[in-house]
Design a protein around this ligand. Structure first.
Ligand SMILES: C[S@@+](CC[C@H](N)C(=O)[O-])C[C@H]1O[C@@H](n2cnc3c(N)ncnc32)[C@H](O)[C@@H]1O
Length: 309
């Protein structure tokens, strides 16, 4: 396709994306053109990755409408908190225990707003999708080349990253750990609908407790560090779950206010310092900005991802 003709969504090939775009346009004006922008920016690769996830989790008009509403609540809450953060340069003080009861153990909020919102943000927010591209090109490809047969994901949340791995590598089996029963249920629903649940099991488990056996050769942990009071203790827990020679894909959100973001990372160097303190060595990293700052010095949410061993 010539470069000056941006990719456009075909309604027949992408019915799920078309339906989501129509609902966002009709009911959630702030996100009216967000699907078209994603399609124009990332093209068919993005649409081909997004469409099956949408169809698996939100197969009916009713389910898409509810997911769009959940995304709207999730995104608006994050925009409101980000505006406060821009002024105060701090996250609202909260402990992991408070965040757990307000968010992870709040079944209604998790299933209707937080998890659908987070899942959609992985595709709709450019820095989140660029992080997925980095994951695919640097980590999934390394697993493919090494002939990996298993992985562990910690803090599965929506289960999206486990699903990406299971679909990309048909010989791989996975285990997913989380403390939230809602994250467990959401992940299991998605993976069953994608037809990969027979190669995956979940456990409700805090990774800082006793390590799981067998240990992981490949470990994934996406956007958990900023949710913790003590990220280094958690990172040490991750390391204890890794076999000798194992590799991990670990990410953190920087300068991104949200109801359950506790630990403020201001730059990638601060995350790397925690990784090193916990005993990891850096192999590759990625940093992506959500948008251009409105003025010099105004903090902008960023995604920071690290491949470490
Ligand atoms: C923002 S979500 C993670 C996003 C998820 N990786 C995804 O890709 O959708 C944070 C998750 O970490 C989980 N979590 C928080 N503390 C944890 C801990 N100590 N051990 C395991 N999971 C934890 C929460 O329950 C929640 O599901």
């Amino acid at each position: 396709m010539p470069e000056n003709h941006p990719f456009q969504l075909d309604r027949v090939r992408y019915p799920g994306l078309t339906r989501m775009a129509d609902i966002l346009r009709a009911k959630h004006r702030f996100a009216a053109d967000i699907i078209d922008r994603g399609a124009a920016l990332f093209g068919a690769e993005w649409a081909d990755a997004f469409e099956p996830v949408l169809n698996a989790l939100f197969p009916t008009e009713e389910a898409v409408t509810a997911a769009a509403k959940g995304y709207s609540v999730f995104a608006m809450q994050s925009m409101r908190l980000q505006a406060v953060f821009e002024r105060e340069r701090q996250y609202k003080a909260k402990t992991h225990e408070q965040a757990s009861s307000e968010v992870y153990f709040n079944e209604q909020h998790m299933m209707q707003e937080y998890l659908p919102g987070l899942l959609l943000s992985h595709f709709l927010w450019p820095h989140h999708y660029r992080q997925i591209q980095f994951f695919n090109s640097a980590f999934v490809q390394a697993m493919r080349v090494a002939g990996a047969t298993s992985f562990m994901e910690v803090g599965i949340g929506t289960g999206l990253y486990s699903g990406l791995l299971l679909r990309a590598l048909p010989q791989v089996r996975g285990v997913g750990l989380d403390i939230s029963p809602s994250s467990q249920r959401f992940t299991e629903t998605q993976l069953a609908a994608l037809g990969v649940a027979d190669r995956y099991r979940t456990e409700l488990r805090d990774v800082t407790a006793e390590p799981l056996e067998p240990k992981a050769d490949w470990l994934v942990c996406v956007e958990v560090l900023e949710h913790l009071d003590d990220p280094v203790a958690f990172l040490r827990g991750l390391r204890r779950n890794m076999a000798p020679g194992a590799k991990a894909f670990i990410t953190a959100a920087l300068n991104a206010a949200h109801a359950d973001h506790i630990y403020l990372y201001r730059n990638g160097g601060e995350v790397l310092a925690h990784l090193i303190e916990a005993g990891f060595t850096l192999e590759q990293s990625f940093i992506g900005m959500a948008y251009k700052p409105s003025a010099p010095g105004v903090p902008v949410p960023e995604a920071a991802a690290f491949i470490v061993y």
